[in-house]
Design a protein around this ligand. Structure first.
Ligand code: ADP
Ligand code: MG
Length: 253
């Protein structure tokens, strides 16, 4: 397989007395979509923000593309793309204006139309950020992570609050980004999302990794223990019905 691009060893984070991350270790391979999965409060965002250089760790070692987090945080910043919380965008600027603004922060030239094409928002170039739907705002915030041509992008619960069409659309976008060679780390608490999107997932609970594998292998291991679903699984679920009835097309709303 390909090379390790992120290596986390025995990572701990304490918020004063509270031990939020309790000795997490994992590797992310170049070019994969890696999921951090877990319930609210598990420590996903804390872990992500430490790797992103946005939060101090208490102890442990983090390497990103051969760079040590303690020694080279600024070099790491240059090769990663971080999705800002949506509140970080000036509501009355247009998407084009916002892209120029962010590009200036990175000291990069941007082609706003190429970026907006990538996330299927070309026709919204002149629209204000506040006029976007939830799904459009998420797609736009993913576009901003690509400004500096990063090797790795970090997405923290990018599909939370989106309707089924917008979620599927975002999955396609994330796959497109990976297909161009970018490594993706994503957090989610949706198991269906991790199952269809991630090459490998780490399940985090109360600050510890309790499982790490491909979704397929995790399911096989569970089945091998003799586990069976209590009732026969149908060939479709209610979400399939919903998508079948309402279609895949994105809604403006
Ligand atoms: P997740 O993203 O998995 O929901 P977080 O990493 O945000 O989890 O939080 C992990 C734990 O750390 C939670 O119990 C949360 O309340 C706590 N926590 C997060 N940030 C802070 C902070 N700045 N100060 C104190 N506790 C925090
Ligand atoms: Mg979080």
């Amino acid at each position: 397989m390909s090379k390790v691009i992120i290596s986390v060893k025995d990572l701990h984070k304490k918020y004063s007395e509270f031990h939020a991350v309790k000795g997490i270790s994992f590797d992310v391979m170049e070019g994969e979509i890696f999921g951090l999965l877990g319930p609210n409060g598990a420590g996903k965002s804390t872990t992500l923000e430490i790797i992103e250089t946005l939060r101090e760790k208490t102890s442990g070692e983090v390497m990103v593309d051969g760079l040590n987090l303690d020694k080279s945080p600024n070099e790491i910043k240059k090769i990663i793309g971080v999705q800002l919380q949506t509140s970080g965008f000036y509501p009355s600027l247009t998407l084009t204006e916002l892209l120029h603004l962010f590009a200036g922060l990175y000291n990069e030239e941007v082609d706003p139309m190429a970026l907006l094409d990538m996330v299927n928002l070309r026709d919204k170039a002149k629209s204000k950020y506040k006029e976007m739907s939830g799904g459009q705002k998420q797609r736009f915030s993913i576009a901003t992570t690509l400004i500096n041509h990063p090797k790795i992008i970090f997405l923290d619960e990018p599909t939370t609050g989106l309707d089924p069409q917008a979620r599927r659309n975002l999955w396609d976008l994330i796959r497109d980004i990976r297909a161009k060679g970018t490594t993706v780390i994503i957090t989610t608490h949706y198991m269906d999302e991790a199952e269809v999107l991630c090459d490998r997932v780490a399940i985090i609970d109360s600050g510890k990794i309790i499982a790490l594998n491909s979704p397929d292998k995790m399911i096989d291991e569970l089945v091998a223990t003799g586990f069976e679903r209590p009732k026969e699984v149908k060939k479709a679920n209610l979400e399939d019905v919903f998508i079948q009835l309402t279609g895949h097309e994105l809604r403006a709303g």
